[in-house]
Design a protein around this ligand. Structure first.
Ligand SMILES: [Zn+2]
Length: 326
């Protein structure tokens, strides 16, 4: 094969991870940079391009690379732009695919949102192998979703379909979300949402918790998890509340597309049963009878960074339609 490799880039709110991938889905060379520290998009592109050149060089140079796929928050598959991503430092419309392609001597670059990339990764290599209808929910810095119906990723008419993290789950006194609206699922059930819940509980309650030993402003979802592992009552309740909100939302998602499975992906899934048990309970309580017991709840079978990079890389193999790619 003349061009045996593709490059996958997973652009997250905290880190950007990338790798050179072969046709069997093996990540041959990989690297990462911090996303959040680059307030200026051109600084970010410059550092990313430097990192990409290193892994591409190790794989034998530009001539070996068929294409580059990127998974990024609010990434638009149709125009290659990131648009209004709440958890990224850059505002407005960023022509990410074009900027990266220009820095890398015109290598073709295709973009989709991070959750769609995770869904492609799951379908090709993970828990969704052989499935035609499923939803991947990513629980990380934000909450994302990749919806597959009849074997096709749903992009919608504008490339943005599947923002299930921004369905409004609390109509009264909802939390402010990074998107500028109130009460979104993401404001409660992302890793940052869980940390926010911890700060709220600690502020309004008086009972003991190992979380009180920490600076409230610095509490992370990992701290809440660690506390729950020590049987901390407040931490356990936080996971229960978070899981219940997810279960309520999943009942609605199932009513929409009747997926064979909902696959959970991302940092918060490390909580295992702590998060899965309350999700199942509240899903069973809220599901429409016609769908009861029909949808599997699964954890991703892929390592977090691998799945996103592999999913993004799969876009690099696609035959290019000049109207939709750079
Ligand atoms: Zn929102």
């Amino acid at each position: 094969m003349e061009k045996p490799y593709v490059v996958g880039i997973d652009l997250g709110g905290t880190n950007t991870v990338f790798g050179v991938v072969d046709a069997r889905g093996t990540i041959l060379h990989s690297g990462s940079i911090k996303t959040g520290k680059h307030a200026d998009i051109s600084d970010y592109i410059a550092e990313l391009a430097k990192g990409l050149e290193v892994v591409i060089e190790r794989a034998g140079g530009h001539s070996k690379i068929k294409g580059i796929g990127i998974g990024a928050p609010n990434g638009n598959y149709f125009n290659g732009c990131i648009e209004f991503a709440a958890n990224l430092p850059w505002k407005g419309k960023i022509p990410l695919a074009q900027l990266i392609s220009e820095k890398l001597n015109g290598l073709p670059v295709t973009l989709t949102n991070d959750a769609n990339a995770a869904a492609i990764g799951e379908m090709t290599y993970g828990a969704a192998r052989g499935m035609k209808d499923f939803i991947v929910i990513t629980l990380g810095t934000g909450v994302g979703s990749g919806i597959v119906i009849g074997g096709n990723l749903v992009y919608g008419h504008d490339g943005f379909a599947g923002e299930l993290g921004h369905v409004i789950t609390r109509r009264q006194n909802g939390r402010m979300c990074g998107c500028g609206r109130e009460g979104c699922l993401e404001a409660y059930t992302s890793a940052t949402g869980v940390a926010r819940t911890a700060r709220e509980y600690l502020a309004i309650r008086k009972d003991e918790s190992v979380l009180r030993e920490l600076n409230p402003d610095e509490i992370t979802s990992k701290d809440v998890y660690d506390a729950a592992m020590k049987n901390d009552k407040i931490a356990l309740e936080i996971f229960e509340t978070t899981g219940h909100m997810l279960g309520e939302a999943f009942a609605d998602f199932i009513a929409f597309s009747s997926p064979e499975a909902i696959i959970l992906f991302g940092g918060l899934t490390k909580a295992g049963d702590l998060i899965m048990k309350p999700i199942k309970e509240s899903l069973d309580k809220n599901i429409l009878n016609a769908f009861a017991g029909k949808t599997k709840l699964l954890f991703s079978q892929l390592k977090e960074s691998d799945a996103a990079v592999l999913g993004a890389s799969a876009l690099g193999w696609e035959v290019k339609d000049p109207s939709t790619t750079i």
